[in-house]
Design a protein around this ligand. Structure first.
Ligand SMILES: [Zn+2]
Length: 377
């Protein structure tokens, strides 16, 4: 049984009429969730999800969409003893599942179910909360120090990232950014979707919270780099309504890495990319375009080679050119068209100009080493 002394996060949904907790109705919801996950039924999963928190809805929509691609072979949901917290049912929820052909996994956390129209709907974790101007940090229990560091790090990098993407002076800078801090990798992975199994330290998708993995060893400095990457995604998505649909994945990660390097002193891509160039180990850009079909060996290239191209663009066309290019894609113009409009050249010519800044391939029969797989963020 978890000991909790912190105020739980209360949904901003209208107050439901208080009534007794209906354990049988909650069990029925758990059965529906299990059946939906095993049937790969997106809509059935979403029918069990509480409304009222747009980010929660968005995050669960991503989760549910993934079920269509990779349904659970088995999902068992077990809810411990529940208690009444302001009319909601709160108890420890265990997800135990496997995707076909993969080992089973298990994660437990304290979860909330809320009454709605005669049902009890799943409302996710009962977070502890820390607030500061412009930011709300929701975190697993016991991570109070970490949450304070996240607030400090975010407040430090936010003005830099806002200005880097030229959002300063716009309503973007007035948003309240929600950041969820997870105490374990497996909890963070489960929150994304059941099939997610790659290592990661952060996550962001359009209109979702920023998600971070916490470690007691995390420093404000390290969190600044991580947040300048993740908030760089938020800022990139704000460059146009179609940004996430139009931009190749390497553009999204390259922009986030450039943001981390420029706004928080994150790492530079140059040495690694120069080595890949010599080894004949640069990735073809189309191989880095799609999150869903990426070959494992190119994972690191999405970030580092993408960063290298974004850095080249920044150096040659400066911040206004780089942002105009992002906004063109954000408006739905594909990569080549955006490049022609903003840089006055085809993407192939842009590639050639970038490639010319790198060392020539060494033709000796040096075998390219397998690229190192890195943790996505
Ligand atoms: Zn990223």
């Amino acid at each position: 049984m978890l000991m909790r002394t912190l105020a739980a996060y209360v949904l901003s949904a209208p107050m439901a009429l208080a009534g007794p907790i209906d354990r049988a109705a909650i069990e029925k919801t758990l059965e529906k969730m299990e059946a939906a996950a095993m049937a790969g039924d997106r809509d059935a999963w979403l029918a069990t999800i509480a409304a009222g928190d747009p980010e929660w809805t968005k995050e669960q929509t991503y989760f549910a969409n993934d079920l269509k691609k990779k349904k659970a072979e088995k999902l068992d949901l077990t809810l411990g003893e529940v208690r009444d917290v302001n009319g909601d049912a709160v108890g420890e929820l265990t997800f135990a599942w496997n995707i076909e052909g993969e080992p089973s996994r298990r994660v437990s956390f304290e979860a909330r179910f809320v009454p709605a129209d005669g049902q009890w709907l799943y409302a996710g974790e009962t977070w502890a909360k820390r607030e500061a101007p412009g930011v709300i940090v929701l975190h697993d229990p016991g991570l109070d120090d970490m949450a304070a560091k996240v607030v400090e790090a975010f407040s430090n990098i936010r003005p830099n990232v806002d200005a880097f993407f030229e959002h300063d002076g716009t309503p973007f800078t007035q948003r309240v950014q929600k950041i969820k801090v997870y105490g374990s990798m497996k909890h963070l992975q489960q929150s994304i979707c059941l099939s997610y199994k790659d290592g990661l330290s952060g996550w962001n998708e359009p209109d979702e919270s920023i998600k971070l993995l916490a470690s007691q060893r995390s420093t404000v400095r390290g969190l600044e780099t991580l947040l300048a990457h993740e908030y760089g995604h938020v800022a990139t998505f704000a460059s146009g309504p179609l940004a996430n649909d139009t931009m190749p994945w390497w553009v999204l990660e390259g922009a986030a890495e450039l943001s981390a390097a420029a706004c928080a002193g994150g790492s530079q891509p140059d040495r690694r990319v120069a080595r890949w160039a010599k080894e004949g180990n640069l990735a073809p850009w189309p191989a880095l375009a799609d999150f869903d079909t990426i070959e494992q060996k190119w994972y690191g290239h999405v970030y580092t080679q993408g960063h290298s191209m974004l850095k080249y663009i920044e150096g040659r066309w400066e911040k206004p050119g780089r942002n105009a290019w992002l906004r063109a894609m954000g408006a739905g113009k594909p990569l080549d068209r955006a490049t022609r409009e903003v840089m006055g050249m085809s993407f192939d010519d842009l590639h050639a100009a970038w490639r010319a800044t790198l060392p020539a391939e060494e033709k000796e029969d040096k075998k390219a080493e397998e690229p190192k797989v890195e943790s996505p963020t």
